[in-house]
Design a protein around this ligand. Structure first.
Ligand code: NAG
Length: 620
């Protein structure tokens, strides 16, 4: 009898995984994700409690002790070990200190493209307890000054190739008493100090940890610029807690200590810097750094450097799939791709063409307090819900009115959670473990991202601005972005910023900027509806001039629609949804349309241009 009971129990235990598997085929992956998440939660808890704070820099220094001779950064034909990177950053820190009395808490703005110096500079600043402000190296003039002023930096360090852009804003910087350094041996412009020579000659001895003794988990580590819902870019505050959370992503998706990661996304964005570089430091792996993405060199680089993990944004995956097929398409060691924004059709194409690569699609905003990972590899999903999620933090999809551009409220004035399978706006509760640090020196915009009294009186949520859908198995799908931004080529474009530039053109009275979908492309491309001043014609040349100089190419309106009057809501908010749906087909729209031709300017839109775009003969 006893034996029989024992037998039943053992058999039952053996069958249990099968039963669980039948009920949930993702059980094991769910469980393994949950275990990692608990480990990370545990480590974060220790970081929060420790009296002397352990930062990602300390992690780097531990890697230096543990594996000084392991390659850390590979760039072109050069490579630097962990030990060398440590010394290089000591030199940079000492050279900076010799010029400016930097102390912990000060901010230094970095304005350069991807290169090893980017990494040395940031490590140097971390060693001095300073905050690094990561300026987008594509921005110029007014936007550059705006971003610089956001973070109250006293010092700007620029790459040699950006001298012209710096000179353009130099008078204003001088007025603010900013010290400007350039990574150059010699610079003859008054007010710009070259610093490369000093860096080379500086001592590489370690800097005293005393210099950063006051840094704690809530100290600002970085400012990363995002184009949010309105106006010019905003400096999202990345404190050390947020930095750690993002650095753990590689651990979550299963990057191993022998992996080699390819980082070509800009280091001034969170994907390249936090997920790529900092994640690599947490794992102690080798980073193959590249200045810019190049479709023709992508796989060659992967082969040359034995890359095993690549980062991506959706556009990149499509470029790779669109490139001419080669015989050696599957000849590489890449086993994992980590990123976001890949479309389902591209995903399937990619796997079929380049082989069995685990694609880990992730979701999260730079400044956000909520993130998801599609750790199952389900095509098309940006994440999967896990039972831990719901215990750890509270988020919800709420019903949203895209015409009125606001959440739908019930009779008591609270938001309504959408049923499974329906699209809703993602909001996440702001709490002690899910903080929202907001934007530097901009409490007004920080406030705008917060929603109050969402489900009960007095609660507080972060408004992600993204419309998502969750299916019955818990897979999360991205649907759309709301409001005043759209994404194109992996960059957020703030419609009001673009409109501000258009309004500087003499002939333009009102401008409404929005994004339109283009067949075969992720995201939306810029389009503007314009109302012209009385009795003036559309001045295509002046308009081109005004968008070409200050705006990066991804933000320039590709299509222009001239209207007699712009439609506004009862509260004089511009309507974008309907215009965006109407698109840019001259056969449908009777208003005059213009198209921005590369290196030429605005030309009248024709049916032929439209067909070429629709059929993919013109690449946007
Ligand atoms: C890549 O791996 C191969 C074989 O494992 C090795 O011979 C080669 O030296 C490696 N290349 C680099 C750049 O490390």
């Amino acid at each position: 009898m006893l034996l029989y009971i024992l037998y039943t129990v053992v058999a039952g235990l053996a069958v249990l995984p099968l039963v669980l598997y039948a009920r949930n085929p993702y059980f094991l992956k769910d469980l393994s994700y949950a275990i990692t998440a608990i480990q990370i939660g545990f480590r974060m808890g220790t970081f929060r409690k420790q009296s002397s704070f352990y930062s990602i820099l300390d992690r780097f220094l531990d890697q230096v002790v543990r594996q000084p001779h392991k390659k850390f950064i590979v760039f072109g034909e050069s490579s630097y070990t962990y030990g060398q990177a440590d010394k290089e950053s000591n030199k940079v820190a000492r050279a900076l200190l010799a010029h400016v009395p930097l102390k912990q808490g000060d901010t230094v703005a970095l304005f350069l493209g991807n290169e090893p110096h980017y990494v040395w500079l940031w490590l140097a600043l971390a060693k001095l307890g300073c905050t690094a402000s990561l300026l987008n190296c594509n921005i110029r003039s007014k936007s550059l000054l705006h971003c610089f002023s956001c973070c109250e930096a006293k010092v700007l360090v620029a790459g040699a190739e950006l001298q012209e852009a710096v000179e353009e804003v130099l008078p204003a910087l001088k007025q603010q008493g900013v010290r400007v350094f350039i990574l150059n041996d010699d610079c003859r412009v008054e007010g710009i100090e070259s610093i490369s020579g000093e860096i080379q000659q500086a001592s590489d001895q370690p800097l005293s940890p005393q210099l950063r003794a006051n840094i704690h988990i809530k100290s600002h580590a970085l400012y990363i610029y995002t184009s949010g819902t309105t106006g010019l870019p905003k400096a999202a505050v990345i404190n050390h807690e947020r930095l750690w959370m993002a650095s753990f992503l590689q651990l979550v998706v299963g990057v191993r200590s022998d992996d080699i990661i390819y980082v070509y996304l800009p280091l001034y964005h969170s994907a390249g810097f936090l997920m790529g570089l900092c994640g690599a430091i947490e794992r102690g792996i080798t980073v193959v750094l590249r200045g810019k993405f190049s479709a023709s060199n992508f796989w060659n680089d992967c082969r040359k450097y034995n890359v095993t993990v690549v980062q991506y944004i959706g556009e990149i995956m499509r470029y790779l799939c669109n490139a001419p097929k080669r015989e050696n398409d599957r000849d590489h060691k890449v086993r994992m791709a980590l990123g976001n924004g890949i479309r389902a059709d591209t995903w399937a194409d990619f796997l079929q063409r380049f082989g069995d690569i685990c694609i880990c699609e992730c979701y999260g905003a730079t400044e956000g307090n909520v993130g998801f990972v599609n750790y199952i590899g389900k095509i098309g999903a940006i994440g999967k819900e896990n039972f831990l999620h719901k215990m750890g933090y509270k988020y919800a999809l709420i019903r949203y009115d895209t015409e009125k551009e606001e959440p739908v409220k019930d009779s008591r004035g609270f938001c309504i959670e959408v049923p499974r399978g329906e699209t809703g706006l993602l909001v996440a509760r702001i709490g002690e473990r899910t903080p929202f640090s907001g934007y530097a020196r901009n409490s007004q915009l920080t406030e705008k991202k917060k929603l109050r009294d969402v489900f009960v009186k007095g609660d507080l949520y972060f408004n992600s601005g993204d419309l998502l859908k969750i299916d019955s198995e818990g897979f999360i799908f991205f649907q759309d972005r709301i409001g005043d931004t759209f994404r194109w080529k992996g960059e957020n474009v703030a419609t009001t910023e673009v409109a501000d530039h258009l309004l500087m053109v003499d002939c333009i009275e009102e401008a409404n900027v929005y994004g339109v979908k283009v067949p075969g492309h992720e995201g939306r491309i810029g389009m503007a509806a314009l109302k012209l001043k009385e009795s003036l014609d559309f001045d295509s040349k002046a308009t081109y001039r005004h968008v070409k100089n200050p705006l990066p190419s991804y933000a320039r309106p590709r299509f222009i629609r001239i209207q007699d009057a712009l439609v506004v809501t009862g509260t004089f908010k511009q309507l974008k949804v309907k215009l965006a749906e109407e698109g840019f087909n001259p056969a449908v729209i009777t208003d005059p349309l213009f198209y921005l031709e590369d290196n030429k300017g605005y030309v009248p839109m024709t049916q032929e241009i439209f067909s070429s775009i629709a059929e993919g003969r013109i690449r946007l």
